[in-house]
Design a protein around this ligand. Structure first.
Ligand SMILES: Cc1ncc(COP(=O)(O)O)c(C=O)c1O
Length: 348
């Protein structure tokens, strides 16, 4: 007998985006925010009393729940806090899925979902996201857990929230709407929790709030759903420093908005420049673009960028082999990327 369950023996595990050592690199491969977190978040961590490190943190991060509730117009009971959005995904799989209770989602999407399904030992039903009516197919499948990433990674587009509301009504199971990138989008699905007790919305502090290193995410749902998910979380999923930083960050909406506007304005500029060079770049509702390479191999472009210490993301997956996912950087970072692309891209 081996040490591991069969499913662990057989799976490959998740491959995170490459984390280069700091130095003179342009890192546009894991959709981090190029700007620092709110000064109020940094101050909150600096001023953390040692007593808060000695004691266990709040098991449900109630300080953050209260702050987020007032910013988002829900109640604290509608919120569950987790160790990053990834941990909320794990909690949902743990709470909703097993061998007889499958998960469903449309591909291409966030590559962690199938890995978590393997860990949980549940089957996966995938529908084609390109095909018209992907949501209708998900409704037909009617899985125990349906995940829609909105805006979607890596395609960067947004499905209408009304269409998601209609899907929620057709499903007998839970609808998880992954809004990790919603701070950069035109709409969000919070209003759906009012009359859909099967909808859980995932939020991350990693993207809009520049706190990827802190690991703080949360879910927003009807109280009955939150109470069920609470049973499947770790005892202390978020630490004292993360609670302090995330609370201060979500209270600083002015900083969030100005930061997001800077990213959006660079998103418009970068998309335009890439298009004028000959890339096919659909409009993005996120802090990254998915650029299709025309007349040149995307992996070759990726490799040429790596040689120059510029990191973007390439996925050797169906439908993505000819594309590069590029995180929006600072104007200087984007200029360095564009300068190299102009050298290597055929029409550049
Ligand atoms: C679609 C999507 N969902 C969730 C997450 C999780 O983010 P985090 O665990 O950093 O909050 C990510 C991170 O890249 C993501 O791309």
């Amino acid at each position: 007998m081996g040490y591991f369950r069969n499913t662990i023996e057989q799976m490959a595990g998740y491959t995170p985006g490459f984390q280069p050592k700091s130095g003179d690199v342009v890192k546009l491969n894991t959709n981090e925010n190029p700007y620092p977190p709110s000064p109020r978040a940094i101050e909150a961590v600096r001023n953390l009393p040692p007593e808060r490190l000695r004691r266990y943190p709040e098991p449900m991060a109630d300080t953050f729940r209260a702050a987020a509730a007032s910013v988002l117009g829900v109640t604290a009971d509608n919120i569950i806090c987790t160790n990053g959005g990834d941990d909320l995904l794990m909690v949902c799989f743990r709470a909703c899925c097993d061998a007889g209770r499958p998960v469903a989602f449309a591909q291409p999407t966030y590559s962690l979902y199938p890995v978590l399904a393997q860990l949980q030992g549940c089957s996966v039903i995938e529908v084609d996201r390109d095909a018209n009516g992907a949501l209708d197919k998900l409704a037909e499948v009617n899985a125990a857990l349906t995940i829609v990433c909105n805006p979607n990674a890596p395609t960067a587009d947004l499905i209408s929230v009304d269409a998601l509301g209609a899907l929620a009504k057709k499903l007998a199971g839970v609808l998880l709407i992954d809004e990790a990138y919603v701070d950069f989008a035109d709409d969000n699905a919070i209003r759906l929790i009012n009359d859909n007790d099967n909808v859980i919305i995932l939020r991350s502090m990693s993207k809009g709030y520049s706190l990827a290193g802190m690991r703080f995410g949360f879910g927003i749902a009807a109280v009955s759903l939150i109470n069920g998910l609470m049973k499947a979380k770790d005892s202390y999923p978020v630490d004292a420093a993360a609670i302090a930083a995330a609370t201060a960050a979500i209270q600083d909406q002015t900083y969030l908005r100005s930061n997001v506007e800077k990213v959006k304005s660079e998103r418009t500029r970068l998309s335009g420049q890439l298009r004028s060079m000959g890339f096919d770049v659909p409009d993005s509702q996120t802090n990254f673009v998915l650029a299709r390479c025309l007349g040149i191999n995307a992996k070759d472009v990726f490799d040429a960028l790596v040689e120059r210490n510029i990191f973007v993301r390439y996925f050797a997956l169906p439908g993505l082999e000819d594309k590069l996912r590029i995180t929006i950087g600072t104007p200087e970072q984007n200029d360095r990327l564009l300068a190299v692309l102009k050298e290597i891209y055929p029409s550049g």
